[in-house]
Design a protein around this ligand. Structure first.
Ligand code: PMP
Length: 391
């Protein structure tokens, strides 16, 4: 008997996890692999979660999440995004954005449906599409490898008569880039013309370094709300990765299908986390601005560190807590560089190839470490790369 399913067999553990696990062998490692912020969840949010636990709010909620939380999510998005979603029918609370993405795909993708994912991409999209028996179509726009973004034309060329959806991620993990408004506008026109769904993952939209201007959401464009599945999370914005709380906003038909599936997967997001989220998403207190200030300072330290290097160039991120470092001058490809760096300097980074072929001249660093560790790690990476320069 073959015990393991074809789907399970087709899923490969990511290089991100591989490097993270390899890093564990060194006590003195500086680990830039995971986008898991070391910054604690703000106290008021923690208090709200603890209070819920102490008051016995430790049971199941409705599958779609507490109505009080969905109302807060609706108000928050109306206030910050100008997006209007009905809390009773168009919002579902999920176990992080990951479950939101998975439910969104499970609710909409049939076997063989193609889902377009433009590189550089968050690796889990590809795996999740495969888990739903869809076909991930990776757009690796080698002509634009130097810019680390796919052109609109490359995305449009990938559309076939089996395409069901496009996944967008802006600001983008791993690049920290914000897709320009005209790219988003063109994708919207394409989606309407070809009758496609758009799954937009906007979990980093509050961590921007441009004075707080939020990137354009495709959901806000005319005729797009009904074909957009908007995925968000509290993980990054409020440093709440372990609380496992996120949400999806979409039209009633899709949210209702996702809610049915939710009953059979997680039942609901953790209830204490739902109460904590009610505090986090208050519109009269901007916790995310505090987070953006912390990461903005770290970003500056990182960029400053790489300015000293003869061999490496840091693509300054516009948002997120990720940076891509151009290693092409070293003559090494990304995996070789990452393994050699870990061995020589005990610094862990993610090889760019993880995010598409167009990233093979890059490594990704998550600056989710304190300032001193960032300085130390960057100077070790620069030392490692610059020894190649003198050889
Ligand atoms: N989308 C992107 C682009 C991410 O980088 C991540 C986390 N690394 C997620 C979704 C998942 O976040 P969550 O913790 O909310 O599941």
């Amino acid at each position: 008997m073959k015990r393991i399913s074809k789907v399970a067999e087709s899923i490969e553990p990511s290089l991100t996890r591989k490097l993270f696990n390899m890093a564990k062998q060194y006590d003195d490692v500086v680990d830039f692999t995971l986008g898991d912020p070391d910054v604690p969840t703000p106290n008021e949010i923690k208090d709200a979660g603890c209070k819920a636990i102490m008051e016995g709010k430790t049971r199941y909620s409705q599958n779609a999440g507490l109505l009080a939380l969905r109302q807060v999510i609706s108000r928050y998005n109306e206030y910050h995004e100008g997006l209007t979603y009905n809390p009773e029918k168009e919002i579902i609370v999920t176990v992080g954005a990951m479950e939101g993405l998975y439910l969104a795909l499970l609710a909409t993708i049939d076997e063989g449906d193609e889902v377009i994912i433009s590189a550089p991409y968050y690796i889990n999209y590809k795996q999740m599409v495969a888990m739903c028996k869809g076909v991930p179509v990776i757009v690796d726009d080698m002509e634009n490898a130097g810019n680390l973004v796919c052109s609109y034309e490359a995305v449009a060329k990938a559309v076939s008569n089996r395409t069901k959806a496009i996944i967008l991620n802006t600001p983008c993990n791993p690049t920290g880039r914000i897709y320009p408004d005209d790219f988003i506008q063109k994708i919207a026109i394409l989606a309407k013309e070809k009758d496609l769904l758009v799954i937009t993952d906007e979990v980093y939209k509050c961590l921007t370094y441009n004075g707080g201007k939020r990137p354009m959401s495709i959901a806000s464009l005319p005729g797009m709300k009904e074909r957009t599945i908007f995925v968000n999370s509290l993980s990054k914005e409020f440093c709440m990765t372990g609380w496992r709380i996120g949400y999806v906003m979409a039209d009633e038909e899709i949210v209702s299908a996702m809610t049915k599936l939710q009953e059979n997967i997680a039942a609901c997001a953790p209830l204490p986390s739902q109460y904590a989220a009610i505090e986090a998403l208050r519109t009269d207190r901007d916790y995310s601005a505090d987070m953006a200030r912390i990461f903005s300072r770290r970003r500056d330290i990182l960029i400053e560190g790489f300015e000293k290097s003869k061999m490496l160039k840091c693509k300054s991120p516009e948002a997120t807590f990720y940076a891509m470092i151009d290693i092409s001058k070293t003559g090494m490809k990304s995996e070789e560089f990452a393994y050699a760096l870990l061995k020589a300097e005990h610094v862990a980074v993610v090889p760019g190839i993880t995010y598409g072929r167009m990233c093979d001249n890059y490594i990704r660093m998550a600056f989710t470490l304190d300032e001193e560790k960032i300085r130390d790690g960057v100077s070790k990476i620069v030392h490692f790369a610059d020894t190649f320069a003198t050889k």
